[in-house]
Design a protein around this ligand. Sequence first.
Ligand SMILES: [Cu+2]
Length: 636
Amino acid sequence: MTHPLDPLTAEEIRRAAAIVRRDRGVGDGWRFASIELKEPAKADLPALESGALTRREGTVVCWNRADGQAYRAVVSLTGDKITAWEALPGQQPNMTVDEWHECDVMLRSHPAVTEALARRGITDLSRVLSDMWAYGAALVPERYAGRRIGWCDVWYRASERGNPYARHLSGLHPVVDLNTMELLELEDNDGGGPAAETAGPEVQGEYLPDLLPVRLREVAPLHITQPEGVGFTLDGTLLSWQNWQLRLGFNHREGLVLHQVAFQDGGRLRPVAHRLSFAEMVVPYRDAGPDHYRRTAFDIGEWGLGFMTTSLTLGCDCLGEITYLDAVVHDSAGEPRTIPNAICVHEEDSGVLWKHVDERAGAEVRRARRLVVSFHVTVANYEYLVYWRFYQDGGIECEVRATGIMVTSRTDAPGSRPDNGTIVDHGIYAPFHQHFIVARLDLDVDGADNTVYATESAPARPGPDDPCALGLTVTSIPLRTEAQGKQDYDWGTQRGWKVVNDNVTNGLGTPVGYKLIPSATFPALLDPASPAFQRARVIGHTLWVTPYREDERWPCGDFPVQAESDTGLPAWTEADRPIENTDVVLWYVFGIHHITRPEDWPVMPADIVSFWLKPFGFFDRNPALDVPPAEHRHHH
Ligand SMILES: [Cu+2]
């Protein structure tokens, strides 16, 4: 049974590509950038869910390598035809895994690269890795304007299975035309420094146990078991656990998507969110040296969290009774590719939920449990682990763990700026950088029409009825238009944002709401005129609020690859549309201000950040009073 929000199957991806090939002459010289479900408009969902309406559509973006022209098609899978075909002049679709690999293969067999490596004493090309990055338009050399250009780092493994990201061949940067897959330029600026083979023999950049010079510590076994089975059910993509219900989606760009999140409250299934996902990630490296000045990654808009999703391993990535779901993406020829065990669903103990010790009644305590839905992505050197957690008290926590290997380069490279980074090994520094993640939160608190309120705390002034000025007041200001919806965090006033349904009241007579509790947020600290900021103006605010529009999905524009400016949120919100008592979408910017540490080397202990959505007057009281005490059952 297919639900209208279920991701495209492998068969549907293959058919969507075939229809485009058949009807538009898309041939061998083309690439498919993306093939995904065209999600039905909100208004059509009930009819599609009931079966009164039958329709499956896909959105396909492809381009012709011969002239670089890109197109976006809407394909009716049920109608076996193309229903829309839009040329995208001047736009570069997302990067593809195939380009990354083909570029690496081309460079390693290119005489100019071989020669540059030989000058550094490197002749074993099997230990060389080139890592291709996308450009911002402002930094692409003028002579290549309009072409699809990648620039590369070159890395070298100390041994066959050694960590390539421990030895940066600083100063060596191939620039490649990705459509013709030709080397345009080989920037070689090593300044005659020591060859990589011999440079920094004292560098310890390995993390595999057999390559480590340390003995592994002893740890006691820890097992998590649920002998009577798990507490959730998964019916297709519909996930139910205790009072929570949601639907799991997935696409090439956002990776995991949570649809139709609702809480069963007595006899009512109450909507909380229509759709939750990550819509963009911006990672500017804050080092102007020749090795790093181009390094601003858009890991979602350029590479795609779905494309970068990796398979999970039981007992390592996830502990306990685990249910996995596969995901399907595709290659640039339009062939589906299944990612086994892409999404993990499991329950976790989460310490104490609530407790009180009464003189007479004694101790009453409940253990908290949470339902976790997660996926992991690897974007070349870096890992992002994403966890959506649902709690028994109605709370939703979104946690991101950043791990993997930092980008580094040599301190003795010409133009090197170790002042913009931290020395992490002998002669090696890791530049400072920031990971801005934009969560797209389409909340529907007890229905679609919501208003966002900024809440702030203020101390009372001394007055006749409060001479000691003890009072604390909270102001709650409705955000009426998009201009007011651009919000910055304020530690001093403990600013937060309540998403309220003014049309529904709780048992206490106040409107129901959910509060976005900001954390892991930080200022851009970037000159607004800088090209990096111009492409990602979303990072200029902590929160943006827009009225829901089906086609407004990508905060830095549909195609951030080689983008000049941000055609997403800043452009949409120019109209200053009303956002009061309507279907609102919140765009929350959070992440990691990564001031690199020696302890992050050679592989980074996970850096953990999160934010919360918590019910605020959504319920009349603690909704977790009905959680039973822990059982003390003995099995013989
Ligand atoms: Cu980082």
